[in-house]
Design a binder for this molecule. Structure first.
Ligand SMILES: Cc1cc2nc3c(=O)[nH]c(=O)nc-3n(C[C@H](O)[C@H](O)[C@H](O)COP(=O)(O)O)c2cc1C
Length: 182
């Protein structure tokens, strides 16, 4: 979190031996209100010589580029914008390395969503796993860019049986896109 004493505190933490610092461009009082202040992260970057990771509101490739330009940070951290599209983090890294958008992700999206679901079942068990997965399944349906996204979302958040979730996730990523790619 940023505040006026953050640069001084960061330098003190570096002197104590920390190796990297992630800074969310908001104050504790702001919580998620207004926009993250990427330039304020720059004051921390100037105060230390260790790598600084900028965080807060990175939702597009353009955001990632602006965050780095405004903060001078060494990397960006992505939180909420990866919910429903975990491949977005890879897209940013891909864009950085090659300075152009990554490969089309439909198939990747399906396998990522299924792998995410299976991992939640492994960690939490079938009952709790399905319930915990619902917010992610809803986000997958919303961000899949398919015509029946809302209907899929309705179905996915009501399912209790893991097999039914798997089948419905596959149907989601196989269903017609809102805008068919040229
Ligand atoms: C579901 C969720 C859980 C989080 N848990 C933590 C946490 O345990 N510790 C922490 O420092 N920040 C936590 N955060 C804050 C994020 O690390 C991040 O700073 C914040 O979401 C802003 O980044 P974003 O705009 O990319 O989401 C959490 C955020 C979310 C959405």
């Amino acid at each position: 979190m940023v505040n006026r004493s953050m640069p001084r505190n960061s330098a003190a933490a570096e002197a104590e031996g920390i190796a990297m610092l992630t800074v969310h461009g908001r104050t504790r009082c702001q919580f998620y209100a207004s926009r993250a202040d990427w330039a304020a992260i720059g004051a921390v970057k100037k105060a230390v010589s260790i790598p600084v990771v900028a965080n807060g509101d990175c939702a597009s490739l353009a955001d990632a580029a602006s965050m780095l330009a405004q903060s001078g940070a060494d990397a960006v951290m992505i939180g909420r914008s990866a919910i429903g599209r975990p491949w977005f983090v890879g897209d940013v890294a891909h864009y950085w390395r090659r300075a152009k958008p990554g490969p089309k992700h439909r198939q990747r999206a399906q396998s990522a969503a299924l792998e995410h679901f299976e991992t939640l079942l492994e960690i939490l068990g079938p009952g709790h796993g399905v319930r915990h997965a619902r917010k992610h399944l809803a986000a997958y349906a919303e961000l899949a860019g398919v015509r029946d996204g809302a209907a899929f979302r309705q179905r996915l958040v009501r399912l209790e049986c893991p097999s039914a979730v798997r089948v419905t996730l596959c149907q989601l990523f196989d269903s017609p896109l809102l805008i068919e790619a040229a």
